[in-house]
Design a protein around this ligand. Structure first.
Ligand code: TYD
Length: 235
């Protein structure tokens, strides 16, 4: 993952005011990407952000776990092998990390009319911590007490074994990445059902996946209240 995405600080959102030539949205648009590791989230987020910026929108890319104190704690525990961490502690860390992200980055950027693209959100907590035995719906409710649901949620779907293979080609596996565990994570993702959820087959080639995502975003933007009247296209 590029470090730029991880290291967005609480000052990032205040720098996202559209410049004079950009296209203004009256309300921010919140897009979340989810999926197993190796599904291609990073690539697709970069392509979507580029297309949207070229079309004149102000885009903020964020990532969870963040680079904040809670996110660092999570990464440290993962590096040491995830079974070292108490699942209850781990769940608390993900929630606290998100609480900060929502307060410091997500809500301010949306309030300024930015397009916020987030790499992983509470759907990951439902799936990954749910696979450790927690009730996914209870996790969702605990999150939604402070975290706004997205307007669009792209779930990039890939076979767990294929995802693992892709990751393994690029780097060493971390403590979250074991086939039996990822199969349970995958089953929870597969059972999700939300009006804003868009399932995308991530085993297709990059351009095909990108075209599907851009099409969905374009359709959403068509109906989104804006502060300008221009008609430039996305993607
Ligand atoms: P990931 O985005 O894959 O980070 P990296 O760029 O270091 O690979 O996130 C790390 C892991 O964290 C990932 O395998 C999924 C897991 N995770 C959870 O278990 N719960 C959560 O709430 C989130 C956001 C991530």
């Amino acid at each position: 993952m590029p470090t730029t995405r991880r290291s967005v600080s609480h000052t990032a959102a205040s720098g996202c005011k559209p410049a004079a030539a950009t296209r203004g949205l009256r309300d921010g648009l919140f897009i979340v990407f989810e999926g197993l590791d190796g599904a291609g989230k990073t690539t697709q987020i970069d392509l979507l952000a580029t297309a949207l910026r070229q079309a004149g929108y102000t885009v903020i890319c964020l990532k969870e776990p963040t680079d904040g104190p809670w996110g660092q704690k999570i990464r440290q525990a993962t590096r040491q092998g995830r079974r070292q961490a108490d699942p209850e502690d781990e769940l608390t860390w993900f929630l606290e990390d998100r609480r900060q992200d929502v307060e410091q980055n997500i809500r301010p950027a949306l309030a300024q009319g930015c397009i916020v693209i987030l790499d992983r959100y509470y759907f990951s907590t439902m799936a990954y911590q749910g696979a450790l035995g927690y009730d996914p719906d209870e996790i969702r409710q605990r999150n939604e007490a402070f975290a706004p649901p997205p307007h669009l949620l792209f779930l990039l779907e890939i076979e767990p074994s294929q995802g693992l293979q892709r990751v393994q080609q690029a780097r060493q596996l971390d403590g979250f990445e074991r086939l039996d565990y990822l199969q349970q994570v995958d089953a929870i993702f597969a059972a999700m059902d939300f009006p804003y959820l868009r399932r995308i087959s991530a085993s297709d080639d990059i351009e095909t996946v990108q075209a599907h995502i851009c099409q969905e975003v374009r359709e959403t933007l068509t109906t989104w209240p804006r502060t300008d009247l221009s008609e430039k296209d996305v993607g």
